[in-house]
Design a protein around this ligand. Sequence first.
Ligand code: UD1
Length: 417
Amino acid sequence: MNSFKVTGGNRIDGSIKLQGAKNSALPILAATLLIKNKSVIHNCPDLSDVDAALKILVKLGCVCVRDENTVIVDSTDAFNYEVGKELAGEMRSSIVFLGAIIARMGKAVISSPGGCELGPRPIDMHLSALKQLGVIIKEEDGVTSCNCPNGLVGGEIYLRFPSVGATENIIIAACLARGKTVIHGAASEPEISDLADFLNRAGARIKGAGSNTVIIEGVPCLKSVEHTVMSDRIVAATFLSAAAVTGGSIEITDCPAYNMQSILDFFEKIGCYMKIKNNRVYMKCPSEFKASGVTVTDVYPAFPTDAGPLIVATFSRLPGENSLLETIFENRFRYVPELNKLGADICQNGKTVTSKGKKKLFGADVNCTDLRGGAALVIAALNAEGESVVNDIYHIERGYQSFALNLKKLGVDIEEL
Ligand code: UD1
């Protein structure tokens, strides 16, 4: 297993071009299955999760070619409808393929990825919505088998919670269904709008993506399409946090600033100078930070759960009381004991973690517990005296393209072991 060796103390100063969004690329790749032709996807990040999605497509009979950050998927000859345990387990969000496989093949068999790093990850909303579109579902021994002998039929779907993945699955499945589907209580994350843009460009008829009511008029088929994946707001939050923890400055280009107000608000609140122009964000840290108070994660446009660990990693630098209240996932604090090995002294009380006053961190051996928690450990290590070794960085590689290289360019002393 690979590790990063990080020597803390260097101040970040530089400019970085943001990568494409993982959470946008994955559902878009799944949706290529609906198109009996070629899809050209630009700005598709080179990540292990994207590799896993491409492997699933290949297994289903698609031809996938990558040229740097452009991926071409040819789904003309897709024939398979099964995703086995090994492939499904490689990527936690393999469930986003379910709607696409059913829509294309009329049936699907998919193994569940099992227990997850962020706590239980039920798929009940995905399944009950698909049932309402006419899918017959059987679940046995961690395998979900779906059949749709009479084809998908549009319907009214009410989500009890605005699940990102369920909204995406329904949108994808409903594109080729007969008639109209309305999703009430849909998630409104920007990555869902990106998926809808991709599908509309291919001839789908989706309205309202990005709001809580999405209307999809089914069409008989979709056509070849070219699309550029939106930039990754969580990776932007990662580099802003890294710059903050070192007291430095950073410019991020290709940054979807208009989709990350709650993240930018956090850095303004702790006293950073921000300058935002078009898709460029410049941030400079103050000589003395301010306390952040309580940050609460919630569905878009509130502060994103995925950025929670990243700001917690900056708490050691902040005066006063700094808390994060996590409302989306049950078990998202597994990285906290690892941060504490560096001296962060963060206390957990139920759904809230709190740090009181500035802390001096020291280099230590720490283990990534999940993707964003792993990135948080690297961020904290930038503010630790001496050398830290961050192990199990395969978690980080799921979501960050050339993470160490980019940090190095910004002035960080980091190397992969
Ligand atoms: C997506 C993102 C993930 C992000 C999350 C919340 C991708 C690939 N992943 O995950 O990075 O952290 O949105 O913004 O885009 N739930 C149920 N039943 C369901 C589905 C979800 O109870 O059928 C619950 C989950 O347990 C969780 C909450 O709903 O507590 C949010 O999950 P959801 O929005 O579905 O997240 P994902 O789509 O899995």
